[in-house]
Design a protein around this ligand. Structure first.
Ligand code: HEM
Length: 228
């Protein structure tokens, strides 16, 4: 009995950690999107003087990236983000192993009529996002932030998105991200226990808007840059 209680508590703690790290990553995704939308603003829409130069798309994006790397509070948040991503992945693996073990121990009837295909495939979606992220970090983060081999980030990003296979990888990764977010936001709400019965309908709509909204806006960026 005591062991069961311990297991239950561990399982709740894992789900809470999953929810908290997931919400933090969503916060990053919103900020990251806003920064990267600069890439697709047409040059004619920068009528302001920007740090002494008439701003254009290229200067504005590079000034934004330079600020991210050289402003120390942002560096701290970036380290918290890396920790959150690693914790989210490890936690997902542990929860999956635990669920598989529980399924093996007792016979369970799964009612597929009430669940969506993406809620049943969160692990698969997460793996696709993980592969996408690996490629994404190698292309930009590693070159710009870690190795420092490329100083003109705007040029690097624009040139990278001139290859059709890159666009394909990004669109697949972003579609997986959208569905992962829709179910993730909904279950984070359940895991953290914010009055599930009263608010679940609102949360479902919110999850749909945030997940699909972020995915659509992210998906537009590589396509616009490819045809620009
Ligand atoms: C398609 C639009 C996207 C563009 C143009 C883009 C661009 C970039 C660039 C240029 C960097 C390196 C500079 C920096 O650290 O900010 C970066 C870093 C990063 N990107 Fe993206 N990104 C996109 C989508 C995504 C998506 C969908 C995710 C998540 C699934 C993501 C996750 C990250 C992470 C975690 C970092 C490292 C952040 C840091 O070190 O602070 N990005 N991205």
């Amino acid at each position: 009995m005591g062991q069961r209680k311990g297991l239950l508590r561990t399982s709740i703690a894992r789900k809470n950690l999953m929810a908290a790290t997931g919400l933090f990553i969503i916060f990053f995704l919103i900020i990251h999107l806003l920064g990267n939308l600069i890439l697709i603003i047409p040059d004619g829409y920068f009528p302001i003087e920007f740090w002494g130069n008439v701003a254009n798309n290229h200067d504005m994006y590079n000034a934004y990236s330079h600020f991210l790397v050289h402003f120390w509070p942002i560096t701290l948040i970036a380290w918290a983000l890396y920790a959150a991503i690693i914790a989210h992945i490890i936690d997902a693996v542990l929860i999956t192993l635990q669920n598989n073990k529980a399924k093996g121990e007792q016979y369970q009837m799964t009612d597929y009529s009430t669940s969506t295909w993406y809620s049943r495939n969160m692990g698969l979606l997460g793996t696709v996002i993980g592969l996408f992220l690996f490629i994404h970090m190698a292309q930009f983060w590693l070159q710009y932030k870690v190795l420092g081999t490329e100083h003109d980030l705007h040029k690097l990003v624009v040139e990278t998105f001139k290859q059709w296979w890159v666009i394909l990888i990004y669109e697949i990764g972003i579609i997986a991200l959208g569905f992962h977010l829709v179910h993730g936001i909904e279950s984070a709400h359940r895991s953290l226990g914010f009055y599930p019965d009263k608010t679940i309908r609102i949360i479902k709509k919110l999850a749909y808007c945030v997940g699909i909204g972020l995915a659509v806006l992210y998906a537009i960026i590589p396509i616009v840059l490819y045809f620009k």
